[in-house]
Design a protein around this ligand. Structure first.
Ligand code: PLP
Ligand SMILES: N[C@@H](CCOP(=O)(O)O)C(=O)O
Length: 516
């Protein structure tokens, strides 16, 4: 069998003239015309000047045929026959339950794990449309049937997996601690991963003349930012319902700047969610929250990416902050697909981390998932994007946690703010939700559940720059009933050499005495 060799013009996918790609019988088989080290490519591939990357993609032969996906009721029994095309506008099953996007695993399994690993790896770091995106580099597992031309992408994903060297070593005695920076992204949160998929599908539906006049969401600030940016890129109207005075200024200004129709509503997120569900049932506005299972198809690629970044080695733990609870399931789904399709042989244990002020999943977990789930009224939290008391994806989260031998932890306001400040003091600049996840890690390390040598990934869900006000309040010790013990306020000093020298000497002496 010839080895897989991606030739000069085919960095995204071997072209017909170079390879014949065959479904695997025993193993994936590529017949590849080999280049030798002594015969470098004779020409550099370049598109013609009047072409763009979409045009170029149009010329590319589509080689993986007969892959498909459809909506099915979430966690349906094998006997269920209910299913819907992804081109239908449907968010709920006949019984009112959640839906899930189900891929044709039999078709995907015609290619072995080695094939998928190499295909996905071959697309990283390129600008080929649409594979330059970390989401669309896994297109066959996301929306296999969408035309490349309909895709709306900002080349999201491919986010940094940061080795938290100092934080891990100094505070947790861990050598193998990583932070997946999903917030270092187009609109500053992991929502971009899901929104590229949802808005692309809407783009397709509109081209099919389906009745979609706009796309709407309820939001604590990140979903709305992503929705408005992707819709603006595609020229599609977006409508966002925001809880008045409950999101950061940076988040509020994002949809405003992107031209969304912004409603600031005098309620909390759960109230906005209730309203958008009613409105989208009445008007031809497509629902963009994670109740819509399309979103999770994009979000799951972060899990695949983590495995890829570890050269397909599986970490022991992945810790995800949870609010509306779509993302924890998305992570489970990404890991599970990699195992089912032979890319890895196990999945990590998942931890969902909640703010103690908005902890309905934590309470449910503590009851052993036995009693009926009780939604609650979420209290104010610095982790404002997860201030959610009635998460729409509760069933998905419980499923993911049960299947991954998962754990739920919680963080008080003081714990999450201290953890955020501690992480920042080691060179990160994280959002409070990541502080919630780090608190969970610190608690699980302290109790010995997570061991020193366990490879652990904390998912950072938004950019710290969206949450500067909470950092300012903390560092100016301006938070009621919080010691803010890691506050590092600026020192006011007169513009005189002597005054500056005095404060500097005091600072340096203090630093020296701390070392002793
Ligand atoms: C920054 C941030 N982190 C975490 C979450 C939680 O994600 P999920 O709602 O999927 O649980 C959200 C949104 O809810 C968020 O915006
Ligand atoms: N944190 C989210 C809350 C809504 O979550 P979704 O994933 O269901 O859209 C936000 O930023 O709005």
């Amino acid at each position: 069998m010839a080895s897989l060799s991606f030739l000069h013009s085919a960095t995204y996918f071997p072209s017909h003239s170079q390879t014949s790609l065959k479904p695997h019988s025993s193993a994936v088989s590529f017949t590849v015309r080999c280049t030798t080290s002594s015969s470098p490519p004779s020409h550099k591939h370049r598109r013609s000047p009047d072409e763009n990357i979409r045009d170029e993609a149009r010329r590319r032969p589509h080689q993986l045929q007969n892959l498909s996906a459809r909506y099915v009721p979430f966690d349906a029994p094998p006997s269920s026959t209910e299913s819907y095309s992804l081109d239908e506008i449907v968010y709920r099953s006949q019984s009112g339950g959640l839906l899930d996007v189900q891929h044709d695993f039999a078709a995907l399994k015609r290619y072995d794990g080695e094939f998928w690993r190499k295909l996905f790896d071959s697309r990283v770091g390129k600008t080929n449309w649409p594979y330059g995106s970390g989401v669309w580099s896994k297109k066959e597992w996301v929306l296999p049937e969408i035309d490349d031309d309909d895709i709306v992408s900002a080349f999201e994903g491919n986010s940094n997996l940061f080795w938290a060297e100092r934080f891990g070593k100094q505070y947790l005695q861990m050598n193998d601690l990583w932070v997946k920076h999903c917030g270092i992204s187009h609109t500053g949160s992991f929502k971009d991963l899901g929104m590229t998929v949802l808005v692309s599908q809407v783009n397709r539906l509109r081209k099919m003349n389906k009745p979609v006049v706009g796309v709407g969401c309820a939001s604590t600030g990140d979903t709305s930012a992503a929705l408005s940016a992707y819709c603006a890129a595609a020229g599609i109207p977006s409508i966002v319902f925001l809880p008045a005075d409950k999101i950061s200024m940076a988040q509020l200004v994002q949809p405003i700047a992107n031209g969304a129709f912004v409603l600031s509503i005098d309620t909390d997120f759960d109230g906005c969610m209730h309203l958008i569900r009613e409105v989208t049932a009445e008007l031809p506005i497509y629902l963009a929250n994670s109740l819509n299972s399309l979103r999770l198809e994009g979000q799951k690629t972060a899990a695949i990416e983590i495995l890829q970044q570890f050269k397909w080695e599986v970490p022991d733990w992945v810790i995800v902050p949870g609010g509306n609870l779509g993302n924890i399931y998305a992570f489970y789904k990404g890991f599970h697909m990699c195992k089912e399709l032979g890319l890895v042989d196990r999945i990590p244990r998942l931890v969902c981390a909640q703010a103690a002020n908005a902890n309905p999943l934590y309470l449910h977990y503590k009851s052993g998932f036995n009693e009926d789930f009780n939604p609650l009224k979420a209290n104010t939290t610095f982790a404002s994007a997860i201030q959610i008391g009635d998460p729409v994806s509760i069933d998905r989260a419980v499923y993911a946690l049960k299947k991954s031998n998962g754990i739920v932890e919680e963080a008080t306001e003081e714990e999450l703010m201290d953890a955020t400040a501690l992480a920042d003091s080691t060179g990160m600049f994280i959002c409070p939700h990541t502080g919630v996840a780090l608190t969970a890690l610190m608690k699980l390390r302290k109790s010995g559940v997570i061991e020193a040598n366990d490879r652990t990934v904390v998912v950072s869900t938004a950019h710290g720059l969206k949450f500067t006000q909470s950092k300012i309040d903390y560092h100016s010790k301006n938070i009621k009933e919080m010691a803010c013990r890691l506050a590092n306020p600026p020192v006011k000093v007169k513009a005189k050499f002597g005054s500056v020298m005095d404060v500097l000497k005091e600072y340096l002496e203090n630093n020296e005495s701390k070392k002793c």
